[in-house]
Design a protein around this ligand. Sequence first.
Ligand SMILES: Nc1nc2c(ncn2[C@@H]2O[C@H](COP(=O)(O)OP(=O)(O)OP(=O)(O)O)[C@@H](O)[C@H]2O)c(=O)[nH]1
Ligand SMILES: [Mg+2]
Length: 421
Amino acid sequence: METILPKKKEQAVLVGVNSGRNRNIEDSMEELEQLVDTAGAEVVSKVVQNLNSIHPRTYIGKGKAEYVGNLLKELDGSVVIFDNDLTPAQNRNLEDMFDCKVLDRTAVILDIFALHARTNEARLQVELAQLQYALPRLTRLWVHLAGSQGGIGFRGPGETQLEVDRRLIGKRISDIGRKLTKVQSQHDIQRKARGDMLEVGLVGYTNAGKSTLLNALTDANVYVEDQLFATLDTTTRQINLDQNQKALISDTVGFIRNLPHSLIASFRATLAEVRLADLLIHLVDASHPNFRDHISAVNTILTELEAFDKPTLMVFNKSDKLQSEYPGDMDFQSEYPESLVISAKTGQGLAGLRERLLSVLESRLTKETFRIPQRAGHIVDMIHSQANVIKTEYEADSTLLTAELERPLADKIRKILNRNS
Ligand SMILES: Nc1nc2c(ncn2[C@@H]2O[C@H](COP(=O)(O)OP(=O)(O)OP(=O)(O)O)[C@@H](O)[C@H]2O)c(=O)[nH]1
Ligand SMILES: [Mg+2]
């Protein structure tokens, strides 16, 4: 019989620096703890240092570093995790000093992404971001060795191995880039096939309830978990707003403050539905004490994705968890006059959300009459399948169709008819 011993969780000491610039280091540390927990380690202690300027070699001051070193021994810690991003050199100096693994926030986020990646596309994108993270760390290590300890005994294998590693990583990065370009073009084909339906993109901080909302609005069966970054890919579903009116709605990867740029860049294919949506629903966990910071973190990332200017509907979720009608003491209706309050879990406010989407859709609708020559019969079919036909009249060699349809579709049909005439 085989006995499987429970694997002991890694014991982590978290370190954060309050430099006066980041207003709420405590919140950030709490979030880091959640990230570390999601990544599967156990937090045994949290240390915060107030610092006016960062120590270039070790990020924190010497005294504080000694304190952390002692804490590690005392608590039997096996990894130190910094809330701030470290340079490769700081990372290495700290590892030498503590004689254990040192990670930063980006490394933890990358680790969670790697753990949660299910689809081929998500795996490729995470690997790309990981390699980009690793590359400068390898390079510095090599420069460091060559610079300070080069000479006899260090000239050969050490250098060569690192150079080989660097070259292999570079090659893998371009291989993945090529594969992702292919993925992107498949997305483009799928998008074209979908036609001109209104496309709604769900965005929001991680754990806001985006997947729960998608499931509540459609028959999607997307994985929902009280966990950071449960979703790492995009699911698009049709949503029936009333008998005739349909739209497409996409749930995608959540955002977080200081989301590594390399991840945003690598996830471009997955985030296409956000970049190309006609309307965004910015979903906020209104029951979270820091929801305001979450809103601004999401807006920062939307700006980076060049999607901040899109028409956006602010939707405050988890109303069932709120004490009163408003989250905290915020009168968000005056701050966000067009916003809605819902509970994706209980369904409260979802009818109102559907109505709002319907009115957005209707504002895109137009009523037009098209004269379609007999030889272009396929256009008659196209209008019947994608629009609401109100009147049909027959002339000697053409059909007059009056239909209610979306503006982009009307534009497209007019273009085809002009070309054919
Ligand atoms: N009480 C309450 N919980 C909710 C509501 N909506 C979602 N949740 C819970 O919040 C947690 C996160 O929900 P998800 O739908 O996975 O959130 P998400 O935004 O998709 O998160 P990621 O994919 O991880 O970015 C789950 O435990 C849900 O059950 C709500 O309206 N009320
Ligand atoms: Mg999700």
